[in-house]
Design a protein around this ligand. Structure first.
Ligand SMILES: [Mg+2]
Length: 174
């Protein structure tokens, strides 16, 4: 069995684009703390998987092809920097009101990854910056971490900012 560190994308891997969807790699900007965290997860032997809602597709504001191009360039850049990249990327194109079983807070994408990658839930984590991330992780049966202005009971671990989380990372995942 493999342990896995699951990442939400917007606000965790890359900076959020306020009021919009990232339709090209020019709009994609890594969060510096993420780059540090990504290396730490690799060093500790975690699989690294993105779980992201991208309803811009469902709304017709971007295409599958545009999203895949952004992800391919992200992966290429990570590989150039570090010699490794994400092991897998799951996205849900579904609309919020669609009854989707994949769109967070539903756990569909996480459960699919757990099955495909033979993931050990006991030693796996979901990191996000929205309550729906923590709910999806909890429903999938893995430990949850939130970064942001949340009350302590919203996830297994809550940090007010990224740096505080990174400083506690080794203690949390050991
Ligand atoms: Mg987010």
């Amino acid at each position: 069995m493999n342990k896995c560190f699951f990442f939400d994308r917007d606000g965790i891997v890359n900076k959020r684009k306020v009021g919009g969807y990232i339709k090209s790699y020019e709009e994609f900007e890594f969060i510096p703390e993420f780059l540090e965290l990504f290396q730490k997860t690799e060093k500790l032997g975690f699989l690294k998987i993105i779980i992201t809602n991208q309803q811009g597709i469902g709304k017709g504001l971007m295409t599958f092809d545009e999203l895949n191009k952004v992800h391919n360039l992200m992966q290429f850049n990570l590989y150039q920097k570090f010699g490794f990249s994400f092991d897998d990327i799951y996205y849900s194109p579904d609309l919020a009101n669609s009854g989707s079983k994949t769109r967070k807070p539903e756990p569909g994408m996480i459960l699919e990854a757990i099955d495909k990658w033979n993931i050990d839930k006991e030693n796996s984590f979901f990191l996000g910056d929205s309550e729906s991330d923590a709910i999806a992780g909890e429903r999938a049966g893995i430990k949850t971490i939130l970064i942001g202005d949340f009350s302590e009971n919203k996830a297994n671990f809550v940090f007010s900012n990224y740096t505080k989380f990174i400083n506690s990372f080794e203690n949390i995942v050991k």
